[in-house]
Design a protein around this ligand. Structure first.
Ligand code: SF4
Ligand code: SF4
Length: 156
């Protein structure tokens, strides 16, 4: 595990997040982990952990958080938002972190728009796959194989 040096921590970070629309309640988190347990992205990616991201913000790990691809993996689904006992609204905290990441130059300014386009493509793929699953199993199997190959190639 990477060591955290106190000289690299930014004690202002949590206040900057708190001041951004959506980040207002971040300091209410008491680290119960309910958000992580409810999150569908955490369910398929052990490295994605809303509770940990909040701890990192509160610790002042500005560069690590704002430059992390984890910020852009959230699908903005509200599961964490609905379950949080402290009303932290982590979905909205993510929006605040994304805005700060763009503002501070960690990602290109069109990142949010590109994600919307990607999500539209994913939804169309899911729609077509579901149609094939009902109507044409061999074509569905061929599509699934191509998707699996594509995912495997991203890991290699
Ligand atoms: S559910 Fe709420 S209080 Fe619990 S870790 Fe997540 S944000 Fe913090
Ligand atoms: S809004 Fe994001 S962090 Fe919250 S449960 Fe959904 S995917 Fe996970």
């Amino acid at each position: 595990m990477e060591n955290i040096l106190s000289k690299d921590l930014d004690p202002k970070f949590k206040f900057d997040v708190e001041a951004y629309p959506g980040g207002e309640n971040i300091k209410l988190c008491y680290a119960c982990g309910t958000c992580t347990a409810a999150c569908p992205v955490a369910g398929v990616n052990d490295d994605f952990n809303p509770r940990k991201i909040i701890r990192q913000v509160l610790l002042g790990m500005r560069r690590e958080v704002l430059s992390s691809p984890m910020l852009w993996q959230c699908i903005q689904c509200y599961a964490c938002y609905a379950k949080c006992p402290q009303n932290v609204k982590f979905r909205d905290v993510m929006k605040a972190l994304r805005a700060l990441a763009v503002k501070e130059g960690h990602v290109q300014a069109d990142m949010a728009e590109e994600l919307v386009r990607l999500e539209e493509s994913m939804l169309k793929l899911r729609r077509d796959a579901a149609n094939l699953l009902v109507a044409d199993r061999p074509k569905y199997a061929a599509l699934k194989q191509r998707v699996d190959e594509c995912l495997a190639s991203l890991k290699s």
